[in-house]
Design a protein around this ligand. Structure first.
Ligand code: DGJ
Length: 763
């Protein structure tokens, strides 16, 4: 709940266990920065951490007189939404310049409103007329808060913004912090990185125009690096922005840590025209004392509850929209799609129990390789002489929905679209634009391009019975120039002529805003269509895209062991119901490991199950095994997509690594749970220790059953004795939740690539 203490001038946003407390402090006179004759107050963050019993327990906002007030010596409160101006040297939220050349902005408190769990605080710079409303929305049950800022220029002059962040947060002062982040690269996304937060600035960011595979807009900080999966304090956050983003973590010499997050200020330039209102993206953050597991469960629960739910998925229980099992044609047919092959694949997919058949790249224009066709979203008549209609009808007849791949923001120079509109791409005048994967990026900052893209996708969805769109993006934005910026008739920021240098830079944000608008409009016009965000794998995974896209493809990596690591990192910030996971080829072309089908399925069943393999090559035995596992997934789906995740590892092993690890999904009432256990690599004469369980109800007794699929030694095999049986409860029989959690579970897994599905049902 949001409480206001008028005497101490504090607002407390209190969750079940966390509290963010903001307060006001007057600037002292004389010598302070208050304009002559006024006594201004600053909005300060006085506490962010555990919830304390009474409001009296929180400190009041404290400010040192004079310039020292902003350099954050011990005991003083930092500014909640500082603009760069006055004697401020730390990371700021806002930086700008008026057309008259004032670069010194100051935000003073004006007013506040509380509406339910939302607190809005108005700040203003009396000299320039810049008004900012800092908005905080509290999610009490989840101990999460999201913040954003709305900026209105009430002054007479345009203000060119050089930085416009969503907000800042300040974990409690501690002697040291460890930073956990998700970094990687193509086919190796969301790798968990842990490092000590050193003095100075540590920056996580994307400058690629989209979220990117290289870093994800998520961070977690734990004091002294001592927090664990199920214990310890963690401050964390995730930014809802799908363009250039920045999370800047600053640790100063006084031990203060400030985390500033928002649209990246690198090459940034938006203009606040007089009278205009601009909005920053949301920044969702939280505090827990329950370790990284509790952090993830809070984020997942928020995503389940507050991201748009799609009726399109249908319901299989409790009114929740379960994501369907999909088949994707990419690995089987690549660009060589045609009606006959796709129909054959669809028939095979239907036999497996697939619910959504997705045709990938290659169905349009002159698209026979990645060299041509992007931009020409007409069906290739050589491959589909009768259009998409007959294929879609066959897919529907087989009881599945139909999905289609598109990459709408891109164009190949070898395309009708590019030949007609060579000026529709990002480029600087006089320079040849750089191609990546033989393609260029369409300039969505131009309103005619945005309109064309919307209309083209709208037509595709109107003319065809499409239930699912795989929206891909296979290169970064570069050379963000736009002809529109230099033309007199530009429709963006035209009235800001006085600050022309800002116009060119606004394309970075204009692209994301246009993409979001298009996605929002398509969803509105086609409420039955679900969208997948793909970007050469997991390049566009963020809380902003997830407000408009229903699930994501986390990586192009086809190796089930690699994927376990990627999925592990993904799960730190994002829920299993958002994570498409495909069963892919037995042999990865690079790692060249052969991984059994059951292991590949078990890895993929821990998310939104998909099958990406060339199923035409499977024999009857593989078909039967795959069909049984698909059916089993559907039974377990409400638990996987709707339950609480506990990441498990046997003592001494790392989840997502090569030792024994597990993912346990527990129902809300804790009466049912399912464990996916993996042992990718075994060692000779090694005792596989028990898997420490968590999240069960200690007072319940569970029946424990292990599915027949998977690979583990048959009962009676002497090696099974080394599978954690000495200390752990067995993977069969009846056990109390208390015993399962204290003693752990002897999974019985032995040998490379062994895996199992183990179910727990309360008696
Ligand atoms: C990259 C995606 O990640 C793949 O799944 C596939 O759709 C290709 N693009 C198609 O070009």
């Amino acid at each position: 709940m949001v409480r206001y203490d008028s005497e101490r001038r504090l607002w407390a946003l209190e969750g079940k266990k966390c509290a963010l407390v903001l307060g006001l402090a007057d600037l002292s006179e004389p010598g302070g920065e208050s304009p002559a004759g006024s006594r201004e107050s600053l909005l300060l963050t006085v506490w962010y951490g555990s919830r304390l019993p009474s409001l009296q327990d929180y400190p009041v906002a404290a400010l040192d007189p004079g310039w020292a007030s902003f350099s954050s010596p011990e005991g003083l409160s930092p500014e909640t939404y500082p603009a760069w101006g006055g004697a401020r040297y730390g990371e700021c939220a806002l930086k700008g310049e008026t057309a008259g050349g004032i670069r010194d902005l100051r935000l003073y408190y004006r007013d506040f409103r509380v509406r339910g769990e939302v607190l809005e605080i108005d700040l203003e710079d009396p000299l320039t007329g810049l008004a900012v409303t800092a908005e905080f929305e509290l999610f009490v049950e989840l101990d999460l808060i999201r913040t954003r800022s709305r900026l209105t220029n009430r002054g007479p002059q345009a203000i060119r913004l050089e930085r416009f962040f969503s907000g800042l947060l300040y974990p409690r002062r501690d002697e040291a912090y460890r930073l956990t982040s998700l970094q990687g690269h193509w086919a190796g996304e969301t790798r968990v990185r842990r490092q000590e937060l050193g003095c100075g600035l540590t920056v996580l960011e994307s400058r690629r125009g989209f979220t990117s595979q290289h870093a994800n807009p998520f961070f977690a900080l734990d004091p002294r690096g001592e927090s664990r999966e199920e214990s310890g304090e963690v401050w964390f956050g995730a930014l809802a922005w799908s363009g250039n983003w920045k999370v800047s973590l600053e640790r100063d010499a006084f031990g203060m840590v400030r985390v500033a997050a928002g649209m990246n200020d690198f090459d940034f330039g938006e203009t606040a025209v007089p009278g205009e209102c601009l909005e920053s993206p949301w920044f969702l953050f939280g505090y827990t004392d329950g370790g990284f597991g509790a952090m993830s469960r809070a984020l997942h629960a928020w995503q389940r509850e507050f991201l748009p739910r799609k009726k399109v998925y249908g319901t299989t229980g409790a009114g929740a929209p379960w994501r369907p099992v999909l088949y994707n044609s990419w690995e089987a047919t690549a660009f060589g799609v045609n009606e006959a092959d796709q129909m054959r694949l669809a028939e095979q997919a239907a036999r497996l129990g697939v619910e959504l058949f997705v045709m990938d790249d290659g169905w349009f224009g002159a698209r026979n390789s990645d060299r041509a066709g992007l931009g020409d979203w007409q069906v290739n008549s050589g491959k589909f002489p009768r259009g998409l209609g007959p294929l879609i009808a066959r897919v529907r007849e087989l009881g599945m929905r139909f999905g289609l791949w598109v990459e709408p923001e891109m164009v190949n120079p070898d395309s009708e679209l590019y030949r007609a509109h060579p000026d529709w791409v990002y480029r600087f005048p006089g320079r040849k634009p750089t191609e990546m994967r033989n393609q260029l990026v369409l300039n969505l900052a131009m309103s005619e391009v945005e309109a064309w893209l919307l209309e083209t996708m709208d037509r595709l969805l109107t003319e065809n019975d499409i239930s699912f769109v795989k929206w891909d993006l296979n290169r970064s934005i570069a050379e963000p120039g736009t002809a529109a910026d230099f033309s007199a008739g530009s429709d963006r920021g035209a009235s800001a002529d006085s600050v022309p240098s800002a116009l060119g830079r606004s394309v970075w944000t204009a692209h994301t805003r246009a993409l979001w608008r298009i996605a929002d409009t398509l969803r509105e016009r086609h409420p039955g269509v679900a969208f997948q965000s793909c970007s050469g794998g997991g390049g566009r995974v963020d809380m902003g895209i997830l407000e408009r896209f229903d699930q994501v493809w986390p990586s192009d990596n086809r190796d089930a062991l690699d994927r376990l690591g990627i999925q592990e990192g993904f799960s730190l910030a994002y829920g299993a119901h958002l994570m498409e996971a495909w069963v892919t080829g037995e042999k990865n072309w690079l790692t060249r490991r052969s991984i059994p089908l059951a292991f590949r399925f078990h890895a993929a069943m821990a998310g939104v199950l998909g099958i990406g393999e060339d199923i035409g090559k499977w024999d009857e035995g593989e078909f039967a095994e795959a069909a049984a596992l698909t059916a089993r997934y559907k039974e377990l789906r409400p638990l996987i997509q709707g339950g609480d995740l506990y990441r498990l590892s046997s003592r001494g092993d790392t989840p997502g690594g090569e030792g024994l690890s597990g993912r346990l999904y527990v129902s809300e009432d804790k009466r049912r749970a399912v464990l996916f256990a993996y042992l990718p690599r075994d060692r000779q004469a090694h005792h596989v220790s028990a898997l420490a369980l968590a999240g069960l109800d200690p007072s319940l007794t569970y029946r424990v059953t292990r599915d027949p699929q998977g690979s583990f030694p048959a009962p009676g095999n002497p090696w099974a004795d080394f599978a954690g049986s000495a200390a752990g409860c067995g993977a069969g029989g009846e056990w109390s939740g208390a015993a399962l959690m204290a003693r752990g579970l002897a999974t019985g897994l032995r040998g490379d690539w062994s895996s199992a599905v183990i179910e727990f049902t309360a008696l």
